[in-house]
Design a binder for this molecule. Structure first.
Ligand code: COI
Length: 353
C-alpha cells in the first residue's frame, strides 16, 4: 500500500519516564485515511500531529458514530519494537465497525500504516519498566448531515501516546465498587463494540464511585442486575477456592484481547479456569466463606490490575488483605515479559515492527 509521508519539521519535547501519565502526551506524527462512499478508503498518509478541522454538522458530533481500539508497542532490551496481537485489534475494529454501520477497513493496510507510523515516531517509545507506547486507532463519521443515518464520509486516524500505568495506584491493588443504580450495556446493545458511547454512558457511575474513593465500577448485567459483567476499562477475573473464573462472553461485555490471552496462559499452565455467569451473590458468599482468594482486571491500558477491595451494598470485601495475589503477579510478570520480549512467546503473540 502506498502511504504518503510528510515529516514534521519541529520535534516536541519527550516526557520524562517517571512523569508519564496515561494518554496525555502525543508523538510528532499521526496517520489518516479518508473514506467517501463513492471512492471508498483513500489518501493514506502520515502527517505531523495536528488538529483536524471538521464541519460542525459532522455526524460524529451529534450521534456518536465512532469506534476505537487500544494496543501497545514495546521496546525490547535489544531495541526491537514489538506489538502485541495487533491482528486481533484490527479484527475487533471491524467487528465494531459492523455494529456501528461503518465500512470495514483493510486490516493489512491498517497494520502496515501502524508499523510505518511507529517507525517514524520510534524515538517516542519509552524505555523504563512498565511503560509503553499506547496506540489509539479510531474512526469518526464526518458527513455534514443532521439526519440520523450512517455517514457517507469517515476518517480513520491513528495517534500514539507514551504511557506509564493507567491507574494512579500504579501496580498496587485498586478498589472498585459494584454499581447498583446504572447499567453499562445489555445484550443487543453496543456493549461488545468499542464505541465512545459505551464509555460516555459509564461516566456518571464512575464519577459517583470516585467520590466514594473507588477507582472504577464493577458493572452488573442490565436485565437482572445480578451477574457480573466487566469493570470500566477492563475485564474482570476472580480466583475462588483455587479456580479462576471470569464472566463468559454474553453479547454485552467487551471481548478483551488481554482477557483472551490470560485465559490461554492460565490453561497453558494447567490452572483450572472457567468462563461462565458469575453472580455478585456468589462473590459475596465466597468472600464470607473465606474462598475469595484474588480478583484482578485485565485490559490493554490496565494490563493486569489487582483488586484489593470490592464495595457492594455498603459493605467492604477486602481481597487478599489488599495485596497483589500470587496468580495476579505471575500473570502480570509473564504477560509483560512476553510483550516486552524479556520472556519467550510460546503463542506467537508478538509481532516485530
Ligand atoms: C484499553 O484498555 O486500551 C482501553 O481501551 C480501555 C480504556 C482506556 C478505554
Amino acid at each position: 500500500y502506498n502511504i504518503n509521508v510528510t515529516l514534521s519539521t519541529a520535534k516536541k519535547e519527550k516526557p520524562q519516564a517517571e512523569k508519564l501519565q496515561f494518554g496525555k502526551t502525543f508523538t510528532d506524527h499521526m496517520f489518516i485515511l479518508d473514506y467517501s462512499v463513492d471512492i471508498g478508503w483513500h489518501d493514506a498518509r502520515i502527517i505531523p500531529y495536528q488538529n483536524i478541522s471538521l464541519d460542525p454538522a459532522s455526524a460524529i458530533f451529534h450521534y456518536g458514530q465512532s469506534v476505537f481500539e487500544g494496543l501497545k508497542a514495546y521496546l525490547t532490551k535489544k531495541e526491537q519494537v514489538l506489538l502485541f496481537r495487533p491482528d486481533q485489534n484490527f479484527k475487533r475494529f471491524n467487528q465494531s465497525n459492523d455494529r456501528l454501520c461503518i465500512p470495514h477497513i483493510d486490516e493489512d493496510l491498517a497494520l502496515q500504516a501502524l508499523k510505518q507510523l511507529i517507525q517514524v515516531d520510534r524515538e517516542w517509545i519509552p524505555k523504563a519498566a512498565d511503560t509503553s507506547l499506547y496506540i489509539r486507532p479510531f474512526i469518526i463519521s464526518t458527513e455534514s448531515y443532521l439526519g440520523v443515518a450512517p455517514s457517507t464520509h469517515y476518517q480513520f486516524i491513528i495517534i500514539l501516546s507514551p504511557v506509564g500505568s493507567y491507574y494512579k495506584e500504579g501496580l498496587s491493588p485498586i478498589k472498585i465498587s459494584v454499581e447498583n443504580e446504572f447499567v453499562r450495556a445489555v445484550a443487543g446493545g453496543t456493549g461488545t463494540a468499542k464505541t465512545g458511547g459505551n464509555y460516555a454512558s459509564s461516566l456518571k457511575a464512575q464519577q459517583q464511585s470516585g467520590e466514594k474513593g473507588y477507582s472504577q465500577v464493577l458493572w452488573l448485567d442490565g436485565v437482572e442486575r445480578k451477574y457480573i459483567e466487566e469493570v470500566g476499562s477492563m475485564n474482570i477475573f476472580f480466583k475462588i477456592d483455587g479456580e479462576v473464573v471470569t464472566p463468559m462472553i454474553n453479547g454485552s461485555i467487551l471481548e478483551g484481547i488481554t482477557r483472551k490471552s490470560i485465559l490461554q496462559l492460565l490453561r497453558y499452565w494447567g490452572v483450572p479456569v472457567t468462563e461462565r455467569r458469575i453472580s455478585i451473590d456468589e462473590i459475596k458468599q465466597a468472600y464470607v466463606d473465606g474462598k475469595l482468594e484474588e480478583a484482578f482486571g485485565t485490559g490493554t491500558a490496565a494490563v493486569i490490575a489487582p483488586v484489593g477491595e470490592l464495595f457492594w451494598n455498603n459493605e467492604k470485601m477486602t481481597i487478599n488483605n489488599g495485596q497483589t495475589g500470587e496468580v495476579s503477579q505471575k500473570l502480570y510478570d509473564t504477560l509483560t515479559g512476553i510483550q516486552t520480549g524479556a520472556l519467550e512467546d510460546p503463542f506467537g503473540w508478538v509481532v516485530e515492527v
